[in-house]
Design a binder for this molecule. Structure first.
Ligand code: FMN
Length: 201
């Protein structure tokens, strides 16, 4: 009887261990999906600056994005200088940098690295993919961020070029302030079956 009980306990342990592994895999996938579905734009930040390690991870995630023909025609400028942040927030209020952002990322296309001809415009897709990666990574780390458009506004781009002394081969697609959230915006339910179509129109 004692032997039987011991065997039963061992079998239960083995089973729960295997099921646990299955659960672990499933929960990793669910975590990623949950992260995508719960991301929101955050526009108000606390005084706490993201760490250098967090900034490094965000850059790595941005650079992990797909790009047409793997050209990676991008450059990411990390701005954490207080005076530059002040000027960006003041002259470009749509960036929300004035709301206490301690760091922002300027997501640029590098026209020296784009495809030739018609494919040149793919840099916009490439930098957009990098931007979304950065937003999702920030959210997964408990940070808040928001995509703030520069391109195609010549006025906004001109102001940013002046503030950062940007060379003409760089085109800022957007500015992304990143920080610890000082607001908890509600997640928007965007599910809409009208936006889905199957097969031919
Ligand atoms: C191309 C693009 C441009 C945007 N520009 C701005 C902007 O200039 N300022 C801003 O506060 N939010 C900007 N946003 C953020 C949107 O307002 C936001 O994503 C949208 O309202 C949906 O909300 P959610 O991000 O919380 O889901 C932009 C988003 C995209 C994708």
């Amino acid at each position: 009887m004692k032997k039987f009980i011991l065997c039963a306990i061992a079998a239960t342990c083995l089973l729960s261990c295997q099921c646990g592994q299955g659960k672990k895999e499933q929960s990793a996938s669910q975590t990623v999906i949950e992260n995508i579905k719960t991301r929101v734009s955050v526009r108000q930040f606390t005084d706490q600056k993201p760490s250098d390690e967090q900034i490094q991870t965000l850059l790595e995630c941005a650079m992990a994005a797909p790009s047409a023909v793997n050209k990676q025609p991008w450059l990411f400028c990390v701005v954490d200088d207080a005076e530059l942040l002040r000027q960006i927030g003041e002259q470009l209020p749509n960036t929300r940098v004035q709301n206490n952002a301690q760091v922002c990322f300027v997501m640029c296309g590098d026209l020296r690295k784009t495809l030739e001809g018609e494919g040149q415009e793919f840099w916009i897709h490439d930098v957009s993919a990098a931007t979304e990666n950065l937003l999702l990574a920030a959210h997964s780390m408990g940070l808040g961020a928001v995509w703030c458009a520069m391109q195609p506004s010549e006025e906004r781009i001109g102001k940013l070029r002046n503030i950062l002394s940007m060379p003409s081969y760089l085109v800022p697609l957007c500015v992304v302030p990143v920080g610890y959230p000082a607001e908890q915006p509600a997640v928007k339910d965007k599910w809409n079956t009208e936006n889905i179509h199957y097969n031919a129109f």
